[in-house]
Design a protein around this ligand. Structure first.
Ligand code: MN
Length: 294
């Protein structure tokens, strides 16, 4: 893998500059080399200062977000779609300004539970918006990745196959998939097969347990996941994502349905996740070498 990262919500709800700086320090202290920030609002933070701190720690920054209902690019309402496109464009520029490498998450729809079916017109609006965003991102040196999420967090892209069709429809070769073991565990019949299907369209991977707590204590088959990543020769970034009501952000916690403590102490959680991911990664790479030699 290129870099192992950690979601900033392991450390902070992300509402303050001090919180984000502390998250950078803690991530570095634990040996992570990438951090994920959510819903980065440039007007609320000193992006230069964060960029300098990240650089000093040799930590790369990724930003993820989902769209609010009033800026849903998969809407059939032209004004709502226009708001979404503007929001995405601003988000790309904020990632550029903080020295970030990637914008991911639910960029193609609202982040939340829909009470309607997706529509063909909405799909097209979303495809066009993402293609336009990719053009802005190209000029900003930011990679766009679309997170395929479970049915309660979007109605548009719930499976890898849907994500790949969406990428094809954009007609671009610089938009990629962002997959997540937590979401795949809910939606994919065979998460490992889905990773193989994604192949080189996969450039960002979230590792999370089925209940978003300690890795290895739930039902996600991580041997199969890491085996599939080894099979496709995955050489991009992997980020540990875990949420608990111990750390709350009003937007993300509500959208993700974080109603209880899956952990209370983040230091041992972060240390364990790093060991766990590195161990599973090494095992899968060794296994693949053995299989190739046989
Ligand atoms: Mn995720």
């Amino acid at each position: 893998m290129r870099r192992l990262g950690i979601h900033s919500f392991v450390w902070t709800g992300g509402q303050t500059q001090k919180g984000l700086e502390m998250a950078l320090d803690k991530s570095a202290e634990h040996g992570y080399r990438m951090i994920e920030f959510a819903y980065l609002r440039p007007e609320r933070f000193d992006l230069d200062r964060l960029a300098r701190k990240a650089q000093a720690h040799d930590i790369q920054i990724v930003v993820t977000m989902g769209l609010p209902p009033q800026a849903d690019v998969s809407s059939e309402d032209r004004e709502v779609v226009a708001k979404g496109r503007a929001l995405l464009s601003d988000a790309v520029k904020a990632v550029r300004d903080i020295g970030g490498v990637r914008l991911g998450g639910i960029l193609y729809s609202m982040h939340g539970k829909y009470n309607r079916m997706p529509s063909a017109e909405g799909w097209k609006n979303s495809v066009d918006a993402i293609a336009a965003t990719a053009e802005v991102a190209k000029d900003s040196g930011v990679e766009i990745v679309l997170e395929v999420v479970n049915r309660f967090e979007s109605n548009l892209l719930n499976t890898t196959a849907q994500g790949l069709k969406f990428l094809r429809d954009t007609g671009r070769d610089d938009v990629f998939l962002h997959l997540d073991s937590f979401h795949m565990n809910i939606e994919e019949a065979d998460p490992a097969a889905a990773i193989r299907l994604a192949g080189d369209k996969l450039t960002y991977y979230h590792i999370g347990e089925n209940y978003r707590g300690y890795l290895g204590t739930g039902t996600v088959d991580f041997d199969a996941i890491f085996g599939a990543l080894a099979d496709i020769g995955y050489d991009r970034d992997i980020v540990f994502e875990s949420f608990s009501s111990a750390i709350v952000d009003e937007g993300l916690s509500l959208a993700c349905g974080i109603w209880r403590d899956t952990w209370t102490d983040n230091d041992p959680l972060a240390a364990h996740a790093k060991r766990f991911i590195e161990m599973k990664w090494d095992e899968a790479q060794r296994q693949r070498a053995i299989n190739a030699a046989a």
